[in-house]
Write a protein that binds this ligand. Structure first.
Ligand code: AKB
Length: 323
């Protein structure tokens, strides 16, 4: 299956980490996936079923100690500040996103780590990039600090592949939609919040304009992309840490229309803020033909399939008083 056995997930309490850890534990066994985060009280799904350690990705010594303690041979680095939070505190975004990654790459080099997964994002693109069907290899001149760290991170990761032979991999995540853990501090977060508000109140106030089209993906496809790339045969990969992956693109208006198929009375209004400028600098749709050709990427969910699933899951949570 794979040449690694003990996986360390850094930043495991976030939106993606909190669902990736249980998925990896299903494949590798509960004790072989070590979840870590700054958060002392992550969700039960993370702490109740396997090892959990508090870890700051900026603390290289603590990172090394955990690698040696558990005999780690694969690292997934999900610790990052996202685009909106990054604009509020650019230096913190640079510090966590870049120095965190440098720590991961350096300890990997020193400790013979066999595989590293470090995500990039559609934020790596900028206003000069072609916005429709954005190519794999194209202009990378982002205007957000988050985007700057993602481009620098892709280049740094590829440098470690070339210079030291480390096996670093990553995809450029679009906006990720899910119902387990809320995203924190992204520009695409509206596409999650809208579902919670649709189920709880039947209305939503959106911070992006109704015609802002962005690439998005449902969590099951995000997990599949992550795990499939982690497991891909190295000899078929021409790219490493910067794969475009696509599933769907929609605007707040088309998402509203999709939600209205399941919640007919749902209504939306708009109160645009600083995140509009970030969204306006990002692609509308993504060409993921390299990921399809190099490791067989294929998404499963389209907009209506995702909407139906999200609403069912959140209605259940709402009926139990969980949201
Ligand atoms: C964000 O909005 O910042 C993230 C991303 C697209 O990387 N969801």
């Amino acid at each position: 299956m794979s040449d690694f056995k003990k996986i360390l997930v850094i930043g495991s309490a976030g939106q993606i980490g909190s669902e990736l850890v249980p998925e990896l534990r299903k494949i590798y066994g509960n004790d072989n996936v070590i979840a870590t985060d700054l958060n002392p009280t992550p969700c039960a799904k993370i702490i109740d079923f396997g090892p959990y350690e508090i870890l700051d990705v900026l603390n290289r010594e603590a990172l090394t100690t955990i690698i040696k303690k558990y005999g780690i041979d694969c690292i997934v680095n999900m610790a990052a500040l996202l685009s909106a939070t990054g604009e509020k505190n650019p230096m913190l975004a640079w510090n966590v996103n870049m120095n965190g990654l440098i720590n991961v790459l350096e300890v990997s080099r020193e400790n013979g780590i066999k595989r590293i997964f470090n995500p990039s994002s559609i934020a790596a693109f900028g206003p000069e990039t072609p916005r429709d069907n954005t190519p794999q290899d194209t202009i990378l001149k982002p205007k957000s600090m988050y985007g700057v760290t993602k481009v620098a991170g892709e280049l740094l990761a590829d440098y470690y592949v070339m210079k030291y032979g480390l096996d670093v991999r990553g995809v450029r995540y679009p906006g990720i939609i899910s119902h387990e853990t809320l995203p924190g501090g992204g520009t695409t977060d509206y596409a999650v919040a809208i579902f919670y508000d649709a189920v709880k109140t039947g209305k939503y106030t959106c911070f992006l304009k109704e015609d802002t089209m962005l690439p998005m993906m449902y969590m099951p496809d995000c997990l599949k992309a992550t795990i499939d790339l982690m497991h891909a045969d190295k000899s078929t990969l021409k790219h490493h840490s910067d794969f475009n992956v696509a599933a769907m693109s929609f605007t707040p208006k088309t998402l509203t229309e999709s939600i209205q198929k399941y919640i007919p009375g749902f209504s939306i209004d708009y109160n645009i803020d600083y995140r509009q400028a970030i969204a306006d600098s990002w692609p509308r749709s993504i060409d993921d033909s390299s990921a399809r050709a190099e490791w067989g990427w294929k998404p499963s969910y389209d907009l209506d399939a995702m909407t139906q699933d999200m609403i069912e899951a959140l209605k259940l949570k709402h009926s139990k008083g969980l949201i």
